[in-house]
Design a protein around this ligand. Structure first.
Ligand code: TYM
Length: 336
């Protein structure tokens, strides 16, 4: 059976890049593979690699769970769970930390970027931020995932996961399945509306460049109308010369299911104001039902907790035999 897994950090408010690059990509992958078993994990242990406010973090975990469910995930069929509710992840993460050469971790660009941001915010850089990819390997390898739908920024981490699995298998015998990175080529990197040369990011302190899933229609409209473009007035796709307009074309194509070339043809000479207005309305129409369902889930936290607890119990029943197999092969003490 093909297994599909992805994870998202509850480290701030989810934005449309996360939604299109990850959640929609997960749905598309699940729909492409008949009878897949699929997993969605809220990786709160990853979130604490950067300083978090405990109350805000708990709320963000619920919000992320609500977004996932509002996106239409069938939680009875697939497994939706918070990472920290299954202790196998930290256990396996330690096993991988011990077999991962530091040179491999030194190469991780996300660590370098986050280290720089963390230092700019005058926070100390925790060892967890450095070891982060070994925990991510646990998220993936414990479930024998075949496909990992993510945005392009996670490619390096998925490749490292493959290296870790191969290393474990060659040291201790065939144990872990080698996963494959799966991306949606159109939405693999949604860019910041104010700085279209860099990716839209949860951790940027300036919120003007990202469309958050909790933004009101007015906020979405304002942010898109103020998106940085260029000094031509022709709507066409050219990611090098026209990164702002190209990003808006990609977003509009994804939320309407149309081709970006057809949208460009329709708006070629309409003027940037009219084009941006159309993008804003398309995004609002797309997100409104998700936002409404999200609010409904957030109105019933006990129900959310029950869904997440059941998901965690199912996740644990799948991951635990795998952890036991790994610790046995490594020669660790096994009780009982
Ligand atoms: P995170 O929480 O930063 O992002 C969640 C997902 O959103 C994608 N993404 C984007 N896609 C398109 N455009 C963007 N601007 C954009 N920004 C983010 C990310 O690629 C990701 O798919 N390390 C991971 C979380 C993780 C994980 C896992 C993922 C932990 N364990 C196991 C897959 C499998 C992360 O920090 O994602």
């Amino acid at each position: 059976m093909t297994k599909i897994l992805t994870g998202l950090q509850p480290s701030g408010t989810l934005h449309i890049g996360n939604y299109l690059g990850s959640i929609l990509n997960w749905h598309d992958t699940v729909n492409e593979v008949p009878n897949a078993q699929a997993f969605l994990t809220i990786v709160d242990l990853h979130a604490i690699t950067i300083k978090q406010n405990p109350d805000a973090l708990r709320q963000q975990i619920y919000e992320l769970a609500a977004v996932l469910l509002a996106s239409g995930v069938d939680y009875k069929r697939h497994v939706v769970f918070p990472q920290s509710a299954n202790p196998d992840h930290t256990y396996a993460g330690w096993l991988y930390t011990c077999i991962t050469p530091m040179g491999w971790l030194d190469r991780m660009t996300q660590f370098k970027e986050k280290k720089q941001k963390t230092t700019e915010y005058k926070e100390s850089v925790g060892a967890g931020l450095y070891a982060y990819p070994t925990l991510m390997a646990a998220d993936i390898l414990l479930y024998d995932a075949d496909l990992v739908p993510v945005g392009i920024d996670q490619k390096q981490h998925v490749e490292l996961t493959c290296d870790i699995a191969n290393r474990f298998n060659s040291l201790y015998g065939e144990t872990f399945r080698i996963p494959e990175f799966k991306t949606n080529k159109e939405t693999t990197k949604i860019f910041d509306l104010q700085h279209p040369e860099k990716k839209m990011s949860k951790s940027d302190q300036d919120d003007a460049g990202r469309i958050s899933l909790t933004d009101s229609s007015d906020q979405i409209r304002k942010k898109i109308m103020r998106a940085v473009t260029d000094d031509e007035n022709e709507v066409r796709f050219d990611s090098e010369k026209k990164p702002g307009i190209s990003n808006l074309l990609v977003i509009m194509a994804a939320v309407t299911g149309r081709k970006k070339e057809d949208i460009a043809t329709e708006f070629r000479t309409a003027g940037y104001g009219a084009f941006k207005g159309a993008v804003a309305e398309a995004v609002i129409t797309y997100l409104s039902p998700v936002q409404q369902k999200m609010r409904d889930y957030l109105d019933d936290i006990p129900q959310l907790q029950q869904i997440l607890d059941e998901g965690a119990a199912r996740a644990h029943s799948i991951s635990h035999p795998k952890v036991l197999e790994a610790v046995t092969k490594m020669g660790l003490y096994l009780h009982g």
